[in-house]
Design a protein around this ligand. Sequence first.
Ligand SMILES: NC(=O)c1ccc[n+]([C@@H]2O[C@H](COP(=O)([O-])OP(=O)(O)OC[C@H]3O[C@@H](n4cnc5c(N)ncnc54)[C@H](O)[C@@H]3O)[C@@H](O)[C@H]2O)c1
Length: 344
Amino acid sequence: MEIEQLDIETEGHKSKILIGEQLTAFSKYIPGKNTAIVTDENIMRHYGSLFEGFPTIVLGTGEKNKTLTTIDFIMEKLVETGADRSWFLLGVGGGIVCDTTGFAGSVFMRGIPFGFVSTTLLSQVDASVGGKNGVNHRGYKNMIGTFNQPEFVICDHSLLKTLEKKEFLSGFAEIVKHGAIRSLAHFEYLEKNLSLALAANNEVIHKLVCDSVNIKAQVVRNDEREQGERRILNFGHTLGHSIEKITGVTHGEAISLGMILAAKLSVKKGYLHQAEEERLSSLLQRIGLPVQPHVDAHTLIDTMLKDKKRDGDNMHFVFLKGLGNAVSKKISITQLEKLIYDLY
Ligand SMILES: NC(=O)c1ccc[n+]([C@@H]2O[C@H](COP(=O)([O-])OP(=O)(O)OC[C@H]3O[C@@H](n4cnc5c(N)ncnc54)[C@H](O)[C@@H]3O)[C@@H](O)[C@H]2O)c1
């Protein structure tokens, strides 16, 4: 398979996304031996032998580890290793390892360069691209973080074979999101090729990753720091993050539920046809993602209001104006609360 290289240039910095490159080739992209690897227990078990000769920092798994305590642990290990400003940090893992490594790299000695090998479908299509790094704070998602681009991201599809099915399916939520917000063609490609995609057909996965990364890269190039257009990437995330916190489902499952709720609100606002919401729901169900949130309206709203996306008495909420066309609207919290209560 040919390697597809995509560049994201922001504020004079170029980040290379290498889709179809192999984990085994990572040493071609790092500056040399002064590299520390950050990974998690599962990746270490499957692929740890490839990291021989590099100091390796192994994290636990799950959102509970995406915290400042883990950042403190990484700092301690880097200091013990004797790392200084000339060092490079390589995160090998899913979204949690990438988000954490990017943040650690951004703050260690005021910032050292870092790169990722992305090992889950979700991180290949979304989490490792775009330069948002960070950790959760007291259970609230991504409250502390930076905007800082990795030097490179390797998306090796062959690593997906060891991923648990639930985690593999979780990645499809962000693929659906990219289609729903920006490209009906991407959405339709997934609808038409779903059986092959679910069977992890290499060509289909490669195209889905390339197209998803392209969509995200276009948005990020225009608005790296989320002052406007980039907000559309949060489609399904405002309520999805609350569902993730309340129920502990995977990130992709929570985003599936968040997208359904946001699509239903879009129908209520008169932006989206009911048939389009049903088409979105049907695709998510065919994938095996949940579409029925088992969370009461009061808890959902209460959790949402503590999220960092609040802006005084208003919030930016992403609606669909059709499949392939998202808009971010500033809406008063009172109106949003009423819309959500009306759904129940
Ligand atoms: N920075 C961003 O722009 C952005 C975007 C979307 C999501 N995210 C974040 O990404 C996180 C979710 O990422 P995720 O879904 O990759 O979760 P994850 O990192 O928790 O990985 C899921 C599970 O799969 C295991 N795993 C990873 N790769 C494997 C492999 N190849 N073989 C076997 N097991 C493997 C991990 O150990 C973990 O148990 C969330 O914290 C979310 O907030 C960030």
